[in-house]
Design a protein around this ligand. Structure first.
Ligand code: UD1
Ligand code: CA
Length: 453
């Protein structure tokens, strides 16, 4: 059976007071509409249709090929919005799931259950409802004396008696496709706003004596819709709890989940401990047995196993296993720390590879550099990689000892086993096993390297 979703995303979202279209506001690091599409993927088997209107250009650009897109112009309500998808879907699907793009907490499992309900329904509609004392402007579910659903009434047209109804329309539907296309044409124009409401299809079915199945949800949180930035923050908090909960079930320890901020899509291995006030964002993968935080920010990075990242900031970085970094270390784009690297306080690394066992304890800047295994970078070392116009590379060999406060003026190569004296300004390549000192540094003697442990 072909099941296709129509996601409504044309509304302006006026109450967000934003120049960004509502559905592109992020929740847990991904646009609101991404979450809706994820849930849809789980419950349908055809490419979804997204109805765009306000901010159509930006939304379309974001969606790329993930959906078929139709433009609604002008915006004449949710029923009118669904109508725009008819030409794309007529005779191409058996069931149609309709949901709103401002409900990022709605789960794929919930939509899946809705589709299953409709597969068994002899009538044309199944929909999601919830009982709540806080109506939040939702439509009210009106039932007949025998308990069957007769209509949905929007809050602003509801009578005093209807306003007392605690069963609310969540905004998730599954329709028999052929019935839907013909019913859309019969929706009456709403007099006050001149719009066509999708919710009026319920009354059409009921009056024709056809069955409308209402599934009552018990998780109120899932039904939070976003109209204002206050709702946005509520949703963010709920999504954060949900994401953290899943990681904990997967074997990740969180000392304080309430101050642990992990984006959707981040992966974390077993027995990793996340300390408080830590942000893990974007496309980040973290392995097993690490201790991350407190007070760390990790974006678009990959971390191996058994690393420690204390109070540090990582952006597009790669850590192999057993790396120990921080507090107050900063990795920028293209930083690659090999296994057993130690990076202490106030260091910065960009576009550089520190190979296995490199030690860089204090106050250094390493940019555009390759540093060989087991080399020691003394406190205050700087790769002077930028001459004001171009970046230049620094290549340091293995077992090198860079003395404190050395300035390495790139382009520069330092051979294996070489040493620089404290305060050296190195402007010329240094041969293997050579000690250089001074300003600019000059060779003073040939060294004998100790045998490796
Ligand atoms: C809608 C429901 C209401 C339900 C509530 C749940 C209708 C008439 N009402 O009300 O019963 O309780 O959601 O959150 O459906 N949209 C378009 N084109 C339009 C109008 C809206 O694409 O012309 C989209 C919006 O972008 C939004 C969704 O449809 O994603 C819902 O529209 P909105 O105006 O937020 O409806 P509500 O008043 O919240
Ligand atoms: Ca809404």
């Amino acid at each position: 059976m072909r099941v296709t979703a129509i996601l409504l995303a044309a509304g302006q979202g006026t109450r967000m007071r934003s120049s960004t279209p509502k559905v592109l506001h992020p929740i847990a690091g991904k646009p609101m509409i991404w979450h809706a599409l994820e849930a849809i993927k789980q419950s349908t088997n055809e490419r979804p249709v997204v109805v765009v209107g306000h901010g159509a250009e930006a939304v379309t650009k974001y969606l790329e090929d993930s959906a078929q897109i139709v433009l609604q112009e002008p915006l004449l309500g949710t029923g009118h919005a669904v109508m725009q998808a008819e030409s794309l879907l007529k005779d191409k699907t058996d069931l149609v799931v309709v949901c709103y793009s401002d409900m990022p907490l709605l789960r794929g499992e919930t939509l899946q259950a809705l589709v299953e309900t409709q597969k068994k329904n002899k009538g044309p509609i199944s929909l999601l409802t919830v009982h709540s004392d806080n109506p939040r402007g939702f439509g009210r579910i009106i039932r007949n004396a025998d308990g069957t659903v007769s209509s949905i009434v929007e809050e602003y047209v509801a009578t005093a008696e209807q306003l007392q109804v605690k069963e609310l329309n969540v905004g998730g539907y599954c329709f028999d496709a052929n019935w839907l296309w013909s019913a859309l044409r019969r929706i009456p124009k709403n007099h006050k706003k001149g719009e066509y409401y999708l919710t009026d299809t319920v009354e059409l079915a009921s009056k024709d004596g056809l069955s409308v199945q209402a599934t009552v949800m018990d998780d109120l949180e899932e039904t939070i819709g976003i109209n204002t930035r206050v709702h946005l923050s509520e949703c963010e908090a709920a999504m954060r709890r949900r994401i953290n909960h899943q990681h904990m079930l997967n074997g990740v320890t969180m000392i304080d989940p309430a101050s642990t901020y992990i984006d959707a899509g981040v992966t974390i291995g077993m027995d990793t401990v996340i300390m408080p006030n830590t942000f893990i964002q974007g496309k980040t993968e973290i392995g097993e047995g690490n201790v991350i935080g407190p007070n760390s920010i990790i974006r678009n990075s990959k971390i191996g196993n058994r690393c420690k990242v204390l109070a540090s900031d990582l952006e597009s970085a790669l850590l192999e296993d057993d790396v120990d970094m921080g507090p107050f270390a900063r990795l920028r784009k293209g930083a690659h720390l090999g296994s057993h690297v130690h990076m202490g306080n106030f260091g910065e690394v960009k576009d550089s590879h520190l190979k296995e066992g490199v030690k860089m304890g204090h106050f250094s800047y390493i940019g555009n550099a390759q540093i060989g295994a087991n080399t020691n970078i003394g406190a205050g070392t700087i790769t002077c990689n930028y001459d004001g116009e171009k970046k230049h590379a620094t290549e340091i060999g293995e077992d090198v000892f860079i003395g404190s406060d050395t300035m390495l003026v790139a382009p520069l190569k330092i051979g294996n086993g070489a040493r620089t004296g404290a305060g050296a300004i190195v402007t010329k390549n240094v041969a293997e096993d050579t000690l250089v000192v001074g300003m600019p540094a000059r060779a003073i003697k040939k060294l004998e390297r100790k045998a490796k442990k």
